[in-house]
Structure formats: structure tokens, C-alpha cells
Design a protein around this ligand. Sequence first.
Ligand code: FAD
Ligand code: FES
Ligand code: FES
Length: 476
Amino acid sequence: MITNKVQFIYENKLIELENPDPNQTILSFIRDRLKKTGTKEGCAEGGCGACTIVLGELENKKIKYKAINSCISFTPTLHGKQLIVVENLVSQDGSYHPVQEAMVKYHASQCGFCTPGFVMSIFAMSKNKNNNNDIKDAISGNLCRCTGYRPIIDAAKNIKKNYSDEFYKNSKTTINLLKKIHSKSIIIESKNKKYFAPKTLNELRKVIQKNPDSDFLSGGTDLSLKVTKDRQEIKKIINLNNIKELNFIKIKNNEIIFGSTTPLIQVEKFILKYYPDFNNILRRYGSVQIRNVGTIGGNIATASPIGDTLPLLLSLNAKIIIQTKKGNKQILLNNFFIKYRKTKLKKGEFIKSIIIPIYKNYNFKAYKISKRFDDDISSVCASFNFKIKDQRIHDVAIAYGGMAEIPKRAKNCENFLKNSKFSEDIFEKAKDLLKRDFNPISDMRASKQYRLEVAENLLIKFFIETKTKKLFRVYE
Ligand SMILES: Cc1cc2nc3c(=O)[nH]c(=O)nc-3n(C[C@H](O)[C@H](O)[C@H](O)COP(=O)(O)OP(=O)(O)OC[C@H]3O[C@@H](n4cnc5c(N)ncnc54)[C@H](O)[C@@H]3O)c2cc1C
Ligand code: FES
Ligand code: FES
């Protein structure tokens, strides 16, 4: 069953859009069609949070609230969700939401341009009953240039406890409405553009066969910038997010398997138990808004030399399953990247899943160096996975991002370290070999010299942290 209608819940009503423009952002829909102008456009690239809205999604029969950047999400992706904009927080009698009350009480707004975005991020955090430790994380994707963050954090800390609001009171109605939304596959034809949202892998294969020149859409945190920044049109989009077979997490044969459209926020939570530093790096990946939608498959397919999960996955010898015309193909991630943003994927092929071995008795550590702590892309990202026994290095994998046109293993350095003594002088010698492995460029993020020096220092840092069994991190 196929439809050309996108259905979502807004102000407790089921809204239906027939053939909406697949390139229209939700931000433009909110401001131009709904005429709600509380949601602002700051950067149009997911970096400032002024456009933050919240989507309600049914998860285990409950509504899960997710803050997202409406400037880089396309309108048809609203299908099956509840749309909440800042105007909806005010009650029918005109009283403010407890989050807004706290923002007023703690003087957390000056010019006000950023305020709706902060309110929505904090609203999502409080609705999901996250605790105070999550405040900095929740607002890491929101920039304020005049109030300063302390009053905003104070407001977030002091929201009325266990409050009830209109969303709570209406939750049964909303859940019933969400359940009513049809679960058909979507095909939209709007002017010269097409949008497909198949429900199953079988349907996906058929869509690809007929439309091999389409762009896949996962989180859209990279793809959408073609429209918002490059001012291009994307003629054909295949949204992978409605296919349950691509969104899963499981453990099998001592390996973690992520479906390719698993959002990074879920990867971050799941991986904590196995690789705490993977979780640490993901917590600094973009913002909650970005990680709520950005996917692990999307990060790999983008093949950016500074994609944060990539050096980590390389050092863990991760594999990916690719769907080709002939069937599934398994490939070591180390063999996937060809050159700058080029991978082995052929037209119409897509990543189905990612397999990460669970290493026992290994030391895995990863470090991200960026100009700003939160919501910034790496200048250098390094990942180390070592097996050390009786003061000898039995196995070693070292990978860096930001050091070459692709994320890459440090082969010379690895070969030197393997079977060597686990000692400071060996690491001092090994760090010189990084110059043979990498010849980085200078760009606006960092100079070549800086990148090399940081890469060397991170190798030594790994040694010191492993040797002393202490973490030397500047953050909590
Ligand atoms: C504000 C902001 C901050 C960011 N911060 C970071 C950061 O800290 N670290 C970092 O690494 N990145 C960062 N990024 C980059 C971005 O988040 C990543 O590139 C992201 O992982 C892409 O995933 P996605 O699911 O959003 O992919 P999409 O944008 O949906 O797709 C990206 C590309 O991959 C293709 N694709 C998607 N899924 C598949 C699949 N399953 N198979 C084959 N091809 C596919 C698409 O066609 C497209 O070409 C940031 C981006 C923004 C906008
Ligand atoms: S407008 Fe800046 S994040 Fe959307
Ligand atoms: S109040 Fe002016 S940017 Fe935050």
C-alpha cells in the first residue's frame, strides 16, 4: 500500500500534507505555512539551535520527546510524529510552561533570539525525565551570544519538579492519534522532485531498481546541507528511516551489530558498557539535536576524514554489510574508504549494518581534539586498541581522523609497536613514525604542524593513561 500523504500530529489534530515539497525544511514549513515564527533561523546548518523543535514519537507505547534542528530536516520526515513548536508550550489559559517560567525567573534571556531553541531543548530533556547531569548535554547544541549560559543552566536546574503540563494531560489523545497514522509506504511527486519512504527492504530494493540515481536519506545532517547551504535541489530522495530492518541493535557471536539507521544517540547509550571512550566521543559529537537524528550508517557513508566514529570503528576492526544488486557483501571498514569522501559503494548500494567486535582484555581509548569542546568537528581524532600482557604489546590498532584525506590506520606505527615492550621509550620512538603514516593538510581547523604534534601527543597520552590506569581529561 502506497500513499502520497504525509501525516503527523500538531496541536492535537491529525494533519495531512499531500505531496509536500521533499526539499522543504520543517523550519520553513513552520514559519511559512503554520505562520509560527517563534522558531528562528540562525545558521541554517544545524549549528546554533535557534530552530530547535521537539518531535514526539511512540516508543514502547509511550511518547519519547526528541529535540531536533528543524532547519536541516525535510518536511516529509514529519510522518508518524507529533510536531511541537515553542508556541505550543503556553497553556490554553495563557500561562507559561514550567520551563518558560524558570527561564523568566532566572533571567535566562536577553535579546531572546536563542531563547525558543533553549526552551525546546530543555523541554525535551525535562519531558524525558533526564536528570541535572544532562543539562549541559541537552543544551550543547544551542548557542547564546548575550545572556551567557549560567542563568540558562540555573533555569534548567530549577524547573518545578514532577510538573504536569498540557502534553501530559493530552498524552492519551496524542498516543491514539499517533496510532491512527497509516503505516503505508510513501511516494511523493512534487514539481520536479520525488521522495520515497519505503517500509521494508523488499520495497526499498524495488525503489532503488527504478530510481538508481536517488540520494539516500538517513539522519539528513549531512545531506540536507546540499539544500540549505549549497542551495542545490535534491531531485530524488529515498528515506531509509521507516525500514525497521535497518534500525536495530543486537549482540551476536561476541559482536555488536548496529542497523545502519540506528541514531547515534542510541549507539552512544548502548556502547557505554563495552567501550566507554566510544560513548565519550559520541557525547561530544555535534549536539543532542544532531545525535537524535544522525545515524551510524550515515556517518560511515559520508566518509568524511573527520567523521568521529570512523577512527574508533577502524581501531576496533569493524565490518560493514553492504546491500549490492546481487545480495549482501561484508567488508572490513578499513577497506571501505578510497579517497576524499569516496567509498566502495556503487550506485544503488547501501550500508545495511555495522559489526563491531567486542574485545576482552584490550585497552581501548579515544580522543577528540576540536576548537570548541561541544558541537564542533574534530581537528584530530585518535583511537587506540591494544592488547598488553606482561608488559608487552601483543596486538595493536591505531587510527586517526583529520590526518589524511580519509580516516586511516597508522600502519608504520602499529608495525613498530607490535610485539614491543610496553614502555615510554618505545612510545617515544613510535610517535616519530606517525610522520611516515600521515602527511596532513593545513586548513581552517588546524595547521599541518599542529595536527602532527597533537597526533604524537595523543599516542603518548594513551601510553600514560594506560600505564597509570588514570584518566587525564579536562572534562567531567
Ligand atoms: C551541526 C552539525 C554538527 C556535526 N558534528 C559532527 C561531529 O561532531 N562529528 C562528526 O563526525 N560529524 C558531525 N557532523 C556531520 C554529520 O552529523 C555526519 O556526517 C552524519 O553522521 C551523517 O549521518 P546522517 O545519518 O545524518 O546522514 P545523511 O545526511 O542522511 O546522509 C549522509 C550521506 O550518506 C548517505 N547515506 C546515508 N545513509 C546511508 C546508508 N545506510 N547507506 C549508504 N549511504 C547512506 C546519504 O545519501 C548522504 O550522501 C555534524 C553535522 C552537523 C550539521
Ligand atoms: S538555524 Fe541554526 S541550528 Fe538551525
Ligand atoms: S539571549 Fe541573545 S543570543 Fe541568547
